[in-house]
Ligand binder design. Structure first.
Ligand SMILES: *Cc1c(COP(=O)(O)O)cnc(C)c1O
Length: 379
């Protein structure tokens, strides 16, 4: 235990965050939708091609806005993976929606697009694919099903900032997309998120829902001479200090992604002999999916107990974690959702998964230490 601790995550700062916050403060623009928020909106729209980007205080908030925009009513069903963060489901459950959990693909751990069609009922309103680890779902198939069956698509792209599917930014492909800037993600503002509105007919209503149900955004643009209560809504926007912080991160998003990809690739190469030796399975990134190195995970072979692996890493002062408890097996998931068919791959893979430390600036030496411990897991 004399080696220095390797943290699981280290939030990265570009160095400009505090000066932008000072700039925002000196402009006396502390509430939301000031100059930094506008810059951030412009950046997302430029980067992704979405019709309208709106900063929110979290990805959770963006997903809640999506449920409001789709007018989810009690009993409406939303098809999603069980292997995801609670917010994918909770956002719809808050409106009385019923998450319908479908199994995941063995390679990417993303929603298995081949199982969606059979899970559709007359109550189905939307599909919510989750781009796990920043690796895209099979969006062409998902969009084709949605079109054919008249369903909306909400992409949970919380982990997918700077990732693409066949050249298109994640979050910009479905009707709506949600980003997270939580400190555990790649591009961060502490807490933070964004809603990407890709269907332009929803853009105006999205602004109203985000501004407490008022047309205040139109008022500030001079399009109406007063603003009033127009629709349901809440306060979903962050203040300017958060947007100022985020702007510094956006400016450096390419550099952040490059650095993470280099470390991701290093893990991938160093782990190849361990995969050949049958200890674990490495990540699989399908053709056409350019990922953002949000995460490096391995799937420990079923013959080796995962807890033993986590304990070994911990006793070597390496912080490593597993991930989601599948929602269909959680207390609230059982109460509010239902499963379509067996979720065998979800159950099996989630029990084998181990995430490795990955952050901007992790060194080759630190990564080698992680690999050295993993080499010894069979004994
Ligand atoms: C992080 C995450 C969220 C929640 O993001 P917040 O910004 O913390 O609300 C939702 N879905 C997925 C898949 C995530 O990874």
């Amino acid at each position: 235990m004399n080696q220095k601790k390797i943290q699981f995550n280290r939030p990265y700062m570009t160095g400009k965050e505090l000066s932008y916050i000072t700039e925002a403060k000196s402009g006396h623009m502390l509430a939301g939708d000031g100059p930094f928020t506008k810059r951030c909106h412009g950046w997302i729209e430029e980067e992704t091609g979405c019709a309208k980007a709106l900063l929110t205080h979290s990805c959770t908030a963006a997903l809640e806005m999506a449920a409001l925009l789709l007018d989810i009513q009690p009993g409406d069903e939303i098809i999603m993976p069980s292997y995801t963060f609670v917010s994918t489901a909770n956002a719809f459950v808050l409106r009385g929606g019923v998450p319908v959990f479908v199994d995941i693909r063995e390679d990417t751990l993303n929603l298995d697009e081949q199982l969606i069609e059979a899970a559709i009922t007359p109550r189905t309103k939307a599909i919510a694919p989750v781009h796990y680890a920043g690796v895209a779902c099979e969006m062409d198939t998902i969009m084709a099903i949605a079109k054919r069956r008249n369903l909306k698509v909400v992409e949970d792209a919380a982990q997918g900032v700077m990732s693409t599917y066949k050249g298109r930014a994640l979050g910009s492909i479905g009707d709506l997309g949600a980003y997270s800037f939580h400190e555990t993600k790649n591009v961060i503002s502490g807490e933070g998120g964004a809603l990407l509105v890709n269907d332009p007919t929803m853009a105006l209503r999205a602004e109203i829902i985000r501004e407490k149900g008022t047309d205040r955004s139109r008022f500030f643009r001079g399009e109406v001479d007063k603003y009033t209560w127009q629709d349901v809504g809440s306060s979903f926007l962050p203040g300017e200090l958060v947007a100022a912080f985020l702007w510094a991160q956006f400016e450096d998003a390419d550099g952040i992604t490059k650095d993470r990809l280099r470390s991701w690739q290093r893990y991938h190469e160093l782990l190849e002999p361990l995969e050949s030796a049958g200890l674990l399975r490495r990540m699989i990134v399908p053709e056409g999916c350019q990922h953002n190195a949000h995460m490096y995970y391995v799937l420990i072979t079923p013959e080796i107990e995962r807890q033993g692996v986590l304990d070994k890493l911990r006793s070597n002062n390496i912080s490593s974690v597993f991930h989601y408890v599948p929602l269909h097996s959680s207390p609230a998931g059982k109460r509010y959702g239902r499963s379509h068919g067996e979720l065998n791959i979800t159950d099996e893979q989630s029990a084998r998964l181990v995430r490795l430390p990955l952050w901007v600036g992790i060194t080759e030496e630190q990564q080698s230490r992680v690999i050295d411990v993993l080499k010894g897991i069979a004994t």
